[in-house]
Write a protein that binds this ligand. Structure first.
Ligand SMILES: [Zn+2]
Length: 81
């Protein structure tokens, strides 16, 4: 995949999360402060969690050496609602 910022070829890879699975939430919910941030609606889980290892693996993460950024195209696996 080409980097959308500089146009160079990106390195394919993945993200590994130790612990609970990460979740995508809409921007207005992501930006909440204080106690309101505890409750999220319309969240989407990403990655595959292995409970025994306590680890979540997320494929579709591309790294650009030039920009030093990771850009992701992530499948969402379920609807939290
Ligand atoms: Zn780049």
């Amino acid at each position: 995949m080409k980097c959308p910022i500089c146009g160079k070829e990106m390195q394919d890879g993945g993200i590994v999360v130790d612990g609970v699975a990460p979740m995508w939430v809409p921007k207005e919910q992501f930006d909440r402060k204080g106690l309101k941030r505890i409750i999220y609606r319309e969240g989407r889980s990403i990655g595959k969690t292995n409970i025994i290892l306590g680890q979540t693996k997320i494929s579709g993460a591309f790294f650009c050496r030039e920009c030093n950024k990771v850009i992701g195209i992530f499948d969402v696996t379920n609807n939290i609602d």
